[in-house]
Design a protein around this ligand. Sequence first.
Ligand code: HEM
Length: 183
Amino acid sequence: MSIPRYTAVAVLFHWLIAVAIGSNFVLGLVMTDMAMSPAKLKYYSYHKWAGVTIFLLVLLRILWRLFHRPPELPAHMKTWERALAGVSHLLLYAATLAVPLTGWLFSSAKGFKTVYFGKWPIPDLLDKNPLLADLLKEAHENLAFLMAALVVLHVAAALKHHFIDRDDILARMVPGLRPRTGG
Ligand code: HEM
């Protein structure tokens, strides 16, 4: 008996976006602590076009999600657990859109173009506006840390399901992981 799993495309989106966001988060922290140098400017450029790529990937992922229902949650999960899972997934989707979007808006309001691979400039979302830029910078950085907190909760919940509840929640999203229920 095999267990219900996420589609291969949903699994690919999950891990690709997880690795990309983790890397861009670390790059964001490293680059802002650096002294002004050509390397710092290069990292800012990488951070920005990688962030826009993540934004587009998350949009595609949500589109796929709208047309491909996830597998049913295990029968043992209580109503509050199902509600918490639903709300935290919704907040994670919202955060993974809001963080790159506020970054892109901030960079636009600051008047700094985002240039793909250092070659292809992409449109700014706003005209230059120093006051708005300061607000958007705060929003970008605070949302990035809020998203990190949501991710920690998400991972803790997945590990609790696997090692404490001993159910198949983690195996549904990890290709090759043997299900707990002997599927
Ligand atoms: C999911 C994607 C993204 C993540 C996880 C992310 C995360 C971060 C983090 C953690 C910081 C450092 C915050 C701090 O030092 O307190 C940062 C800074 C920054 N981010 Fe992003 N970011 C993303 C996307 C973007 C995008 C799309 C842009 C612009 C197109 C952008 C532009 C910036 C800039 C310019 C800074 C530097 C702010 C400063 O000078 O202090 N980010 N980002």
